[in-house]
Design a protein around this ligand. Structure first.
Ligand code: ADP
Length: 178
């Protein structure tokens, strides 16, 4: 059988609010599987994000600058439309625990039904990061806990600074209520 000439393009979508060592591990490993790996930063997030899509894109570009075949782009709307737009046939997602599986399976099947040319593959988390999520990082940082073991060094001050502003805003709001 002849080998396909087209470059293999993978897409790794997520909120990355903020990017963690768990995400970075999935990006590094998937960049070795695909010719081009596109990290898609979701803009139309139902939850109110800590960082804007532009800020998240910047952070991801900075922590992946050592991987030449990785590109970071923001997107909104349907993932399958973004995948078609960038020419990717494979979506990569990370699996931490059985609890991730039900939602991930549903999303993968929905996307495949909407667009049969697109498949989802799962990379299992590195055990060092199995417990790690962006929401845990936000929570720890909000209460001024140490986050350097969860996110890359250049991300630490950005998260701390944003959480400091949030705490101040929260304090002002409580003062006004009293
Ligand atoms: P989403 O809002 O789409 O869940 P996230 O930024 O939370 O976006 O996660 C993006 C992807 O990265 C998901 O597939 C998620 O399961 C995976 N992921 C998140 N944290 C980790 C981790 N610690 N190890 C491996 N995969 C992870």
């Amino acid at each position: 059988m002849e080998r396909e000439e087209h470059p293999k393009i993978g897409i790794y979508p997520g909120s990355f609010d903020p990017v963690t060592f768990g995400h970075l591990d999935i990006i590094e490993r998937s960049s070795q599987i695909f010719d081009r790996m596109i990290v898609g930063v979701l803009c139309n997030n139902a939850k109110k994000p800590l960082f804007s899509a532009d800020e998240r894109v910047k952070m991801l570009r900075s922590v992946t600058s050592h991987i030449p075949n990785v590109e970071v782009r923001a997107f909104d709307g349907l993932l399958v439309d973004f995948a078609k737009q960038v020419g990717a046939r494979v979506v990569v997602r990370g699996l931490r625990a059985v609890t991730d599986f039900e939602y991930e399976l549903q999303m993968a099947q929905t996307n495949h039904t909407m667009c049969p040319g697109i498949d989802t593959i799962f990379l299992t988390t590195d055990l060092r990061y199995a417990y790690l999520s962006s929401s845990t990082v936000r929570e720890v940082a909000f209460y001024e806990g140490k986050i350097s073991q969860f996110v890359p060094p250049e991300i630490v001050p950005l998260v701390q600074e944003r959480c400091r502003s949030l705490r101040e805003a929260d304090g002002d709001r409580k003062d006004r209520q009293e």
